[in-house]
Design a binder for this molecule. Sequence first.
Ligand code: UD1
Ligand code: CA
Length: 458
Amino acid sequence: MVVVAILAAGRGTRMKSVMPKVLHTLGGKSLLERVIDSVKPLSPSRQMVIVGYQAQSVQTAMESIPGLEFVEQTEQLGTGHAIQQLLPHLQDYQGDLLILNGDVPLLSSQTLSNLLQTHQEKQNAATILTAQLSDPQGYGRVFCNSENVVQEIVEDKDCTAAQKQNCRINAGVYCFRWQDLAEILPSLQTNNAQKEYYLTDAVTQVTPVMAVDVENCQEILGINNRMQLAGAYEILQNRIKEKWMMAGVTIVDPTSTTIDDTVELQSDIIIEPQTHLRGNTLIKSGCRIGPGSLIENSYIGENVTVQYSIVTDSSVISTSRIGPYAHLRGHVEVGQGCRIGNFVELKNTQLGDRTNVAHLSYLGDTTAGTQVNVGAGTITANYDGVKKHKTIIGDRTKTGSNSVLVAPITVGDDVYIAAGSTVTEDVPDDSLVIARARQVVKPEWRVKKEGRSEGIGE
Ligand code: UD1
Ligand code: CA
């Protein structure tokens, strides 16, 4: 049994931001969400998040995650002080406490469960995660004897020049036998450079205490500034892209491609350069996505191509071609074998199978049937300045170039709309609609006009 505590009360001054550091996003999820995700497989009996700076906004941002308890640290007097806030909440708790910094977002669950296992097998009072870094700057340095027994942890700001040479750092991940920690927590002192209560001081006051090196140093990167945030993003991206390439996805140019870790891909997909896949997206086999595309929270069925286009909160069934330069702006469903072409914007629109919207159109709040051909420049006028209205287009209907459908409107099956029409009334099946002024031609008009102006007429 383990209780987890996550330290998330600090402002994160070095981020130079009004937003709490732990809410900054890394690949579509906040730092704090990532830390919470990493402990999930351990099935903790309780998850306590210590909040302080903008406590309410941190709490609100985590609303959708079940089972979190928030403990407030009203003044941020250090990591040790943060853990002191747990004392009234864990009075009778006899098990272990796993403590994580809210700003260490790349930890794998495996690393955490290994640490917990070692801690329990060795019956330690405290076990801490450490790493050997070539550039340890900014981290607390961990000094151990040859048995990995921690002798001292010295914060970067408190280090002497000689101590700074030590490359073994504190990752900010600790297992404590809670009752042992609870006993010494009240006696922490602030005699250090930052005048803070350091949790690291508690580590050496319990025995036995042990340090365990992480296998992959990249996991323990702490985010204190935006450079480190970008560094973490790069590590995360490399992990994700490696995984998909090994699973049979071609990524033509990994350096110009980004993929959130929430995205699911099937094998035999080709991702062309400058493509970004985000959020809750699923792409099926045989698709060619990109170059130059952004797909967010969308479903893309088999054998679809998407070129230089943006697809958000939408689904494309299969074998359809999207782009170049199309924008599926949200709540769009494209059927099978459709073509959505150049400079087409779709919003809250459903298209049946084999329907084409190939050039220069806007369809909003529209339902079109199967095998519809939406001619170049067709526009649905869905907004009257106050409300949005629906357009319904039946199967096999063809709209002429530059036609405007003024919603609310229903156009039946097998209808032909003449080019340049502004259609304002419903149209029954099988009709031809011409809704524009009849062409007027005045023969010899120029000759007559010029004759008059030069005075040669009558
Ligand atoms: C801390 C460790 C350091 C370690 C590093 C790893 C201490 C004293 N130092 O340093 O040894 O190498 O993490 O990344 O613990 N927080 C609170 N309340 C506070 C202060 C901080 O909740 O009063 C939270 C912050 O929001 C943050 C975490 O604790 O999520 C760490 O705080 P931070 O100030 O970033 O500590 P570091 O200087 O990085
Ligand atoms: Ca930190």
